[in-house]
Design a protein around this ligand. Structure first.
Ligand code: DC
Length: 220
């Protein structure tokens, strides 16, 4: 099995890039953020404050999260329901980042993620894939971009979807999320020494895709 790890901060383009590469090369794309988001959604639905670590831990075992692949597309299943369409809101994103600081939460996710990687050629994106989930990955990429560029991308995405957006607010959210993801004690976002850093600030999506595909072809 070939395992490719892509880590990096929110908005660096990980999922867009990883999806395209997976489709081109016939790998399965695993979006680990979606699993944390599904668990965040579960807590919100139960009326649990995602910052309340004790309450989250107490309710963890009740959340049944599974991943299925339908025509190569990942579906996150929460208690038998496909929640793909419900996990992309700012509220769920914020909840995911908050619950992700808990070691108990990360352990639950890590088992699921390793099981998927053991059975398929995968390109898996997240924050701790190269450092914790797949430390023996065949290739590790650290995808990044400046806060300004990441905020502008999100701003345009929102406008395209007809969602009202405030650039300064988005920038502040991104900084806050980076800070939490990078400074938590459990599996923080780090660039591991054997990861190849790719700064996408001044690159188009296609440029990044072909750059990484060249790297994969050289090792696969
Ligand atoms: O990649 P994303 O924005 O969908 O991730 C949502 C949150 O989940 C992110 O703020 C941090 C957390 N996360 C994590 O801690 N580890 C991962 N492997 C993936 C996501």
């Amino acid at each position: 099995m070939i395992n490719i790890a892509i880590d990096g901060p929110a908005g660096a383009g990980k999922s867009t890039i990883a999806k395209k590469i997976a489709a081109d090369l016939g790998y399965i794309y695993v979006d680990t953020g979606a699993m944390f988001r599904a668990l965040g959604l579960y807590m919100l639905r139960k009326g649990i404050d995602p910052s309340d670590g004790e309450a989250v831990k107490d309710n963890l075992s009740g959340a049944d999260i599974d991943i299925r692949f339908v025509d190569g597309v990942q579906c996150v299943i929460l208690d038998q329901e496909n929640v793909n369409g419900l996990i992309r809101t700012e509220e769920v994103s914020d909840a995911a980042s908050k619950i992700a600081v808990l070691p108990e939460v990360r352990k639950k996710m890590l088992i699921l993620q390793r099981n998927i990687a053991a059975g398929h050629d995968v390109i898996m994106d997240g924050r701790d894939i190269g450092s914790a989930v797949l430390p023996d990955a065949d290739l590790k990429i650290y995808l990044t971009a400046s806060v300004e560029v990441r905020a502008m991308r999100r701003y345009k995405e929102n406008l395209d979807k007809g969602i009202k957006a405030d650039l300064e607010e988005i920038k502040a959210d991104i900084r806050e999320r980076d800070e939490r993801d990078m400074t938590r004690s459990e599996a923080p976002l780090v660039k591991v020494p054997d990861a190849k850093e790719v700064d996408t600030s001044d690159m188009s999506i296609d440029e990044v895709v072909s750059y990484i595909e060249d790297m994969i072809r050289s090792i696969a």
